[in-house]
Design a protein around this ligand. Sequence first.
Ligand code: SF4
Length: 349
Amino acid sequence: MFRRLTRNVMVGNVGIGSDYPISIQSMTNTDTRDVQATLEQIRKLTEAGCEIVRVAVPDMEAAEALKLIVKGSEIPVVADIHFDYRLALESIKNGVSKVRINPGNIGDKHRVGEVVSAAKDKGIPIRIGVNGGSLEKSLLEKYGGVTGAAIVESAMTHIDLLESCNFEDIIVALKSSDIRLTCEAYALLADRCNYPFHIGLTEAGTAFRGTIKSSMAMGSLLMNGYGDTMRISLTGDPVQEVKVGREILKSLHLRQFGIEFVSCPTCGRCQLNLEKIADELETRLEGVNKPITVAVMGCAVNGPGEAKEADIGIAGGKDSALLFKKGEIVGKYNENEIVDVLYAEIMKL
Ligand code: SF4
């Protein structure tokens, strides 16, 4: 698949840019000042496959807490800063691997320069995060509201400010809750710079709606070659964001995480409880990281074809199923033993 060529930057040990796989990140929703709760959430996110984690830094106490958070986290920690450049300086001092900041919001050039020189000293990048919901008033007036061009102009102002301080370890995010607007903005910015893109849809919604909206937006951006790191925003447990992000990358064959599942929706021809089999198997295989495809199919219409294509699979019959391995039928099993047999065979592969 086409991928836009970009500069590469390092966030801790994770590379971001076209030379590296598209990474998955998330953001904690604990109180950053509560080190224990934040580290516990980071641990769960890491276990789910999160590769970079961002934490909000609303005050100096939170910036100070970063010292312990960075020490206790297995993955790079990013400080999310708004307005106060001193929070950025303290966060950088405390070891974060990246800061997310809008240079234009933190005061005069002298203050921006201080943040830049601290970032340079530590060799960490700065992410510019422009959000359609908080665009400068002057741009809203100039463009008559939030438009792709307005978002890009805002981003370019921030980029120019960093470049004027001779800083180029930049990652850019252009976010809005509107899919078309987000895609339009990234396409416009792609013509203006070669910095890597952090992609995501902001305020996407709760797990169900947010997953659909995010998948459409991310799918469209990724298929056009845009995106070097991704955060799915969902209201609720951030672990869900990581799972959705991984599935999106997996579906487009951009990353390989664990097993690829194929299962049919079932219909009136299905004569076994396929939903139960698929659910049980998926749960048992969570965390099994094998680069294989497993097909769980309901009947003889499409079942044998899909099961043969997969590394292993079943095609359902009456209260039973045929087991296929590497394209060959290797047995017939009763419905109640299928999950155990499939699991055991998959572990042998
Ligand atoms: Fe229906 Fe068979 Fe297709 Fe499943 S594989 S949807 S049971 S026709």
